[in-house]
Ligand binder design. Structure first.
Ligand SMILES: Nc1ncnc2c1ncn2[C@@H]1O[C@H](COP(=O)(O)OP(=O)(O)OP(=O)(O)O)[C@@H](O)[C@H]1O
Length: 229
């Protein structure tokens, strides 16, 4: 991509632990030191390897147990896209949901409505403004969830397995939408075709970064690791 990112994410010895039911601690992410400034970064690895945890840390949804994490320039607004759009669709009607996501950034209801229409139009969902969320297909719901995130103009997009629930056609469409975004993006994914479009791919295994490089080297490494080479 020739669109350099203006956001740098710096992790300095960032680790993340959780409490276990027997009163102990479990290390989910081992100390990680990393600087990300590419426009498209993909995070791949087996189930439970720590991909979502990394994204949640970058988004500020959870705090590191130790180490420090910084987004630069300071005050960068991240937007988080979940695998399951149900996790972020709040209102029953498409236009209302987008407007709801703007409640903090735009004071006037009329302006929220205008901005909501604008974003739905650009995503080819202009005719869905008054549709019930429940009558949309999974692909349409995922697009509406993305529209809600984009309406707030995030300066860094964190996408957590955004194509997992989509069929082939919706995956292709949604991937195009994601890849066309102006904002830099870090995407955790099992979709290796999506990972192959990134400039940099991080491979995680059991909470450790085990490979970091271009798709041409990182993806084969992950295949070997999975015994699928
Ligand atoms: N808050 C938490 N409490 C307990 N366990 C957690 C918590 N957050 C993450 N984990 C555990 O940490 C491990 C890594 O989780 P994470 O969701 O980051 O993995 P992942 O690589 O995204 O997996 P998947 O591909 O299955 O989505 C998992 O075993 C998960 O159960």
């Amino acid at each position: 991509m020739d669109n350099p990112s203006s956001v740098t994410t710096t992790l300095d010895a960032v680790a993340f632990d959780v409490d276990t039911s027997d009163g102990g601690r479990r290390r989910i992410l081992h100390p990680l030191t990393l600087s990300l400034s590419e426009h498209r970064v993909a995070v791949i690895g087996a189930n439970g390897s720590g991909k979502s945890t990394l994204l949640r840390l970058i988004a500020g949804l959870v705090a590191p147990t130790s180490g420090s994490l910084q987004l630069s320039p300071s005050g960068v607004r991240p937007g988080f896209i979940f695998a399951n759009p149900q996790a972020q669709l709040i209102m029953p009607v498409v236009g209302e949901d987008i407007a709801f996501s703007l409640r903090r950034s735009i004071g006037s209801a009329a302006q929220r409505r205008r901005r909501s229409r604008e974003i739905l139009d650009t995503m080819g969902l202009g005719d869905r403004e008054d549709s019930s969320i429940y009558e949309l297909s999974s692909g349409e719901r995922q697009k509406v969830a993305l529209a809600g995130v984009l309406a707030a103009e995030p300066e860094l997009v964190l996408a957590d397995e955004p194509t997992t629930l989509l069929d082939l056609r919706s995956t292709v469409e949604f991937t195009e939408l994601l890849m066309g975004l102006a904002a830099p993006m870090v995407v955790a994914t099992h979709d290796l075709a999506l990972a192959a479009m990134a400039e940099r791919v991080l491979v995680f295994d059991h909470g450790r970064l085990v490979q970091d490089g271009p798709p041409a080297t990182a993806i084969p490494h992950y295949r070997d690791l999975s015994g699928a080479g």
